[in-house]
Design a protein around this ligand. Structure first.
Ligand SMILES: NC(=O)C1=CN([C@@H]2O[C@H](COP(=O)(O)OP(=O)(O)OC[C@H]3O[C@@H](n4cnc5c(N)ncnc54)[C@H](O)[C@@H]3O)[C@@H](O)[C@H]2O)C=CC1
Ligand SMILES: O=C(O)C1=NCCCC1
Length: 165
């Protein structure tokens, strides 16, 4: 998965995907074809975390897929987020593949941030600051430095607590 999901490929795929989803009118039949992607459904595990289900059907790509993801932020020594991606045959509903969703989550999320930044930023960004040095802090560094020529980047280490208030 690490060898397949290169950031430059992800940037292009996500940009196309976001455009396709916007054109699909959120579940309506439209020029981009039919896409049904309801918002993530979450089950709460009180004081521990949540379990999320993220299904999608994309007619133009013949894709019927769902990510299943858990977020247990208090996990120690094991990842706080864990995921699998289940791929079904869109023509008959038969399951075809079960993918490790961890690298997909790690890189897709960061690549989506980089694509959004590219479209929203005012001018050419030169400085990157990241709060938190976990999985996403690291992957955002990788994605944003792959997208932009930065002059300066830095991060608050995980033992440097930044108060919400
Ligand atoms: N929208 C999306 O697709 C996704 C969103 N996320 C979200 O991104 C966030 C980060 O996820 P991961 O990097 O996978 O988690 P992680 O557990 O690997 O990293 C979190 C880091 O934040 C640090 N941290 C916690 N509180 C802090 C504070 N007050 N100040 C500075 N550092 C602090 C922790 O020490 C840890 O290093 C979570 O909120 C997660 O739910 C994660 C994956 C996908
Ligand atoms: O969209 C995702 O993927 C996730 N979002 C929030 C945290 C769990 C993974």
């Amino acid at each position: 998965m690490q060898d397949i999901l290169k950031y430059n490929l992800l940037f292009d795929a996500l940009e196309r995907g976001f455009a396709l989803f916007s054109q699909s009118s959120c579940g309506q039949e439209a020029s981009a074809g039919f896409i049904d992607q309801p918002v993530r459904t979450c089950v709460t595990i009180p004081s521990k975390g949540f379990f999320g289900c993220m299904p999608v059907y994309i007619e133009a790509e013949d894709l019927l897929v769902s990510k299943l993801v858990t977020a247990f932020p208090k996990n120690k020594d094991i990842p706080s987020h864990n995921a699998i991606v289940a791929v079904f045959d869109a023509s008959c509903g038969v399951p075809r593949a079960l993918l490790d969703g961890d690298i997909i989550t790690t890189r897709r999320t960061a690549a989506a941030s980089a694509v959004a930044t590219k479209h929203l930023v005012n001018g050419e960004p030169k400085v990157l600051a990241i709060l938190g040095c976990g999985v996403q802090g690291t992957s955002h560094y990788d994605a944003l430095t792959a997208m932009f020529q930065l002059e300066k980047s830095g991060s608050a280490r995980s033992n440097v607590r930044v108060d919400d208030g």
